[in-house]
Design a protein around this ligand. Structure first.
Ligand code: G3H
Ligand code: 13P
Ligand code: NA
Ligand code: ZN
Length: 312
């Protein structure tokens, strides 16, 4: 069945890699993720946002996650697979996901003040742990778009706060803000995006070995942007987090890195390519299949170039 993230993160941090957390919105994206990860021998966190859960339906999401486990096993792979709620907004949402079989949840109190964030994160951890479900919380605010919430300003995580936060809440992992950003419009082309590696190092000295999570880590691959535009799409010119900025972080206590946008761009590029080159095509298997295959190949490359989780 599904695994929580406890052993995954322990193994990742003992062995100097990070577990990929890839968002999915439909069956083909789930298949792309699990086939890619099984072929690479990488553990994987299937990540589902509130919006994705509404879209797929709460009955369908756990069925797709269980199917992912069966797909991996049928491929002869024993990789651990978690089903994780991304950016859980409330205790109610977390309870509902646990009722429906999620093995891991995030409680996102990052927009609250420190005390309120501690209070709801602690409540979430106490509840989830009764069901052997692991909990991620967040301290600091990312720039970019999360569901409908737009954060204009980065508020980097303050290293002085992390020890108190994790000990008072009892959460299993901590998402931090060190310069990553959600969405496809992270940075202006021609800039040289850098993460605050010194903040990460300082955080690690405060909570040694504690699993750290990076959100907003898509690279916004320019080949997909170009394909999307070539076949009629419209996207603002933007770049993302370079692989080189993340690679070193995986060797530290960063145990989970979230990528959603890159998968969406790969998938969309694949669909647009078929619509653009074969305007007579109306078989969904052809255009969704090409989206799926671009997404899968991209994630395999990302695992090799960034996560270091292959064969783990
Ligand atoms: O961090 C947000 C994720 O990319 C999920 O996006 O709410 O549009 O599914 P979504
Ligand atoms: P990206 O928008 O960079 O893919 O970030 C995804 C994320 O943080 C999901 O929680
Ligand atoms: Na790591
Ligand atoms: Zn996120």
């Amino acid at each position: 069945g599904l695994s929580n993230t406890k052993e995954m993160f322990k193994h990742a941090n003992e062995n100097g890699y990070a577990v990929p957390a890839f968002n999915f919105n439909n069956m083909e994206m789930m298949q792309a993720i699990v086939e890619g990860c099984a072929e690479m021998g990488s553990p994987v966190i299937l990540q589902c946002s509130t919006g994705a859960r509404t879209y797929m339906g709460k009955e369908t999401v756990p069925m797709l996650a269980m199917a992912a486990v069966k797909i991996a096993r049928s491929m002869g792979s024993d990789i651990p697979i978690a089903l994780h709620l991304d950016h859980g907004p409330s205790l109610e949402a977390i309870k509902d996901c646990i009722d429906y079989g999620f093995s891991s949840v995030m409680i996102d109190g990052s927009h609250y003040d420190f005390e309120k964030n501690i209070a709801i994160s602690k409540e979430a951890a106490e509840y989830a742990h009764k069901f052997d479900v692991t909990v991620e919380a967040e301290l600091g605010v990312l720039a970019g778009v999360e569901d409908d919430v737009v954060a204009d300003e980065h508020v980097f995580t303050q290293p002085e706060e992390v020890e108190e936060f994790v000990s008072r809440t009892g959460v299993d992992s901590l998402a931090i803000a060190i310069g990553t950003s959600h969405g496809a419009h992270k940075f202006k082309p021609g800039t040289d995006p850098k993460l605050k590696h010194e903040i990460l190092s300082e955080i690690e000295t405060k909570i040694p070995g504690f699993p750290i999570v990076l959100h907003g880590s898509s690279a916004v691959p320019q080949e997909f942007v170009a394909t999307i535009k070539e076949f009629g799409g419209e996207l603002k010119d933007a770049i993302g987090i370079p692989d080189s900025e993340l690679r070193g972080a995986t060797k530290s206590a960063v145990a989970k890195i979230n990528v959603d946008t890159d998968g969406r761009l790969a998938f969309t590029a694949g669909v647009r390519e078929v619509f653009g080159t074969k305007p007579g095509e109306f078989d969904p298997r052809k255009y969704l299949g090409n989206g799926k295959s671009k997404m899968k190949n991209y994630y395999k490359t990302k695992i090799a170039n960034v996560f270091g989780s292959e064969g783990a």
